[in-house]
Unconditional design. Structure first.
Length: 146
């Protein structure tokens, strides 16, 4: 059913946003990932294998299912990177956000709102990418039929 992968994607986004933006100090594993992304060390490969790749692959699976594409398609990988980038922004910008958006308070309601926004924005983008890929596929099919 179409709603199931979309709801799963919303859940995954919500969980990641909560880990990155939740009230209080960032969890140690989130701090480690943010540090490794900004200043890689010898631990980077372990962070990729144990923390990043499983999440990245899950995003790709869900996006591919929603879009009717393959998980290895470039468009799926671009959508995956876009979603992760939106979430990671809040981790990297944690120290400057109060200057840029003084009214922003990371209350549980605000964190949930950020997750909803990222999910809504991303699902709209995924649908647009799926339509574009479908049109390109139809054009290619017509050219090969000639």
């Amino acid at each position: 059913m179409r709603g199931e992968p979309e709801e799963a994607l919303r859940g995954l986004i919500g969980a990641m946003v909560q880990r990155v933006c939740g009230t209080g100090a960032q969890a140690p594993h989130v701090r480690l990932m943010v540090h490794e992304l900004a200043q890689p060390t010898a631990a980077m490969q372990r962070v990729i294998d144990e923390a990043l790749r499983p999440v990245y692959d899950r995003y790709r699976e869900l996006i591919a299912e929603i879009a009717g594409m393959r998980a290895g398609d470039d468009a799926v990988r671009l959508c995956t990177s876009s979603i992760i980038g939106q979430i990671v922004h809040y981790a990297h910008a944690r120290s400057v956000l109060p200057e840029l958006w003084p009214e922003l308070e990371m209350t549980p309601e605000r964190v949930a709102g950020i997750a909803r926004h990222i999910a809504d924005f991303s699902l709209a983008g995924i649908r647009k990418c799926a339509k574009k890929a479908q049109k390109e596929s139809e054009k290619k099919k017509k050219r090969t039929e000639k």
